[in-house]
Ligand binder design. Structure first.
Ligand code: BGP
Length: 474
């Protein structure tokens, strides 16, 4: 009983939220670099305010982040000390192709990740690599419109070919796009495109989504061709939608919300556009333009496993019900009166993780991987400088219990669990540093000050024990 022997315990990060060093090693500028902290962030990440370069009025937290570019040896050593079996990380596209459309990759960028993988190997940590964690070269956005353009498929595949070939001996587990459903909510940060005045935004989003879906299927094929041992997963922001009441209108609205999220995985896993999407997108006149052969590409190259982030469930009321709203990953939903909330107003719902695991497994019958789950909180060192983050331990303990029940009692096939994030880093949603998730504290403050020194929080030893006992001691 319990988790399988080779269960992959670990943690997850994204290049743009931890690396910094954005002007080093020949790296080019990316969408994720120019998302400012503060009041304008939302307009920029949603594609409603164009920002293709840095200006002097804004602060850009990705520029330094936690400077993992220079600290990765120390950080991976600490992951090793916790006993990680897997480290989920992402590649900054612009380290490999600074503009995105060059014919040859940038050797300095390739060498950097090779060092990262070698470091992981020292501690027997297997990398799980997200090929694009929201990353898109600014040059491709300015020149081609980012994922609005079908040309992106080729640029993305060129990146994939380089990665699959160069890192053949280091990496066998890949994710094509982080939280692919983010495209519907924060398209500039999530997929590198902006809107033009007065255009049909839904049409643009679903066309861009189609390009990513075809790219994902082709990348899956390529990964298998280059190394038959490669396993490729999709990744979406999960969290089941609960009807606010048993009123059929609420139940219906919750179903629509789930379908909007599952849409992407339905295609990446089952290999075709689900009937509900075909009908609804056609009716609205926003069904994407496809090329001959696209359907076969999708059909023939489903993913090997399904990964997702889980932070919270969502509670959905029919439009016009006037329910109070709560924050959450990706979007707001009705405030669930039965749950507690994080300092950022996100619902805390461990049983929701078990529900989500069951729903996703029932739907796809493929191995699952929880690649993000964690609590963003303000950590205050005590008089000895120690962070006693019992609130984080409680959150993780309850979620791990729930996933254990899903495995042991419900038979869900689960490959692993990587918490978000093992080390404090920049928040994707808000750009804040003070929203901390780590087992490792980073001395970097909201105003940018700090020594960048790393130290272990109380949760560090707790998670170490969880891994050492394969989830038996929580
Ligand atoms: C997901 C992203 C991550 C991460 C996480 C936490 O949407 O994949 O990149 O940041 O959410 O969200 P936040 O950073 O907004 O707290």
């Amino acid at each position: 009983m319990g988790f399988q022997k080779n269960f992959l315990w670990g943690g997850a990060t994204a290049a743009n939220q931890c690396e910094g060093g954005i002007f080093e090693g020949g790296r080019g500028l990316a969408n994720v670099d120019v998302c400012p902290a503060g009041a304008d962030r939302n307009a920029v990440i949603t594609g409603h305010r164009k920002m293709f370069e840095m200006d002097s009025e804004h602060v850009y937290p990705a520029a330094e982040a936690i400077d993992m570019y220079h600290h990765f040896r120390e950080d991976i050593r600490l992951f090793g000390e916790m006993g990680f079996k897997v480290y989920r990380m992402s590649i900054a596209w612009t380290r490999i192709f600074p503009n995105g459309d060059e014919s040859e990759p940038n050797e300095a960028g390739l060498a950097f990740y090779e060092e990262v993988f070698k470091e992981c190997r020292k501690y027997r940590i297997q990398p799980l690599v997200t090929i694009s964690h929201f990353d898109c070269p600014i040059y491709l956005i300015e020149k081609y419109g980012g994922w609005r353009s079908r040309k992106m498929i080729d640029f993305y595949l060129k990146l994939c070919r380089v990665l699959f070939t160069r890192y053949r001996d280091y990496v066998t587990h890949w994710l094509t796009f982080n939280e692919i459903n983010m495209i519907l909510h924060a398209p500039f940060m999530g997929a590198g495109f902006c809107f033009k005045e007065g255009e049909n935004e839904e049409q643009v989003k679903y066309q861009a989504a189609h390009h990513e879906l075809v790219a994902s299927a082709l990348a899956t094929r390529l990964a298998h061709e280059i190394n038959p041992d490669n396993k490729v997963g999709c990744m979406f922001a999960a969290g089941s939608a609960y009807p606010y009441t048993c009123r059929p209108e609420d139940v219906w609205e919750a179903l629509l919300t789930d379908q909007e999220n599952y849409f992407f995985v339905d295609i990446q896993s089952r290999g075709y556009y689900p009937a509900y999407a075909v009908k609804r997108l056609q009716k609205k006149g926003v069904f994407p333009v496809m090329e001959t052969g696209d359907k076969e590409i999708l059909r023939q190259n489903p993913v090997d496993f399904i990964s997702f982030s889980y932070y919270n469930s969502r509670c959905i009321a029919a439009p016009g019900s006037g329910q109070e709203e709560a924050e959450g990953n990706l979007f707001k939903s009705a405030k669930n009166p039965y749950l507690k909330f994080s300092e950022w107003g996100w619902p805390i719902d461990p049983l929701g993780l078990r529900i989500t695991l069951n729903e996703v497994y029932d739907r796809y019958q493929k191995p699952l991987f929880i690649v993000e789950n964690g609590l963003g909180a303000i950590d205050t060192p005590d008089e000895n400088g120690v962070i006693n983050d019992d609130y984080r331990i409680d959150y993780l303990r309850e979620h791990i219990r729930a996933m254990k029940a899903a495995v042991e009692e419900d038979g869900v096939e689960l490959m692993g669990y990587t918490s978000w994030a093992p080390i404090d880093l920049i928040s994707a949603g808000s750009g804040e540093m003070k929203k901390r998730y780590g087992f490792i504290y980073v001395d970097k403050q909201e105003d940018g000050s700090g020594t960048l020194a790393r130290s272990r929080k109380k949760s560090f030893t707790w998670y170490q024990r969880v891994i050492a006992t394969n989830g038996e001691e929580l």
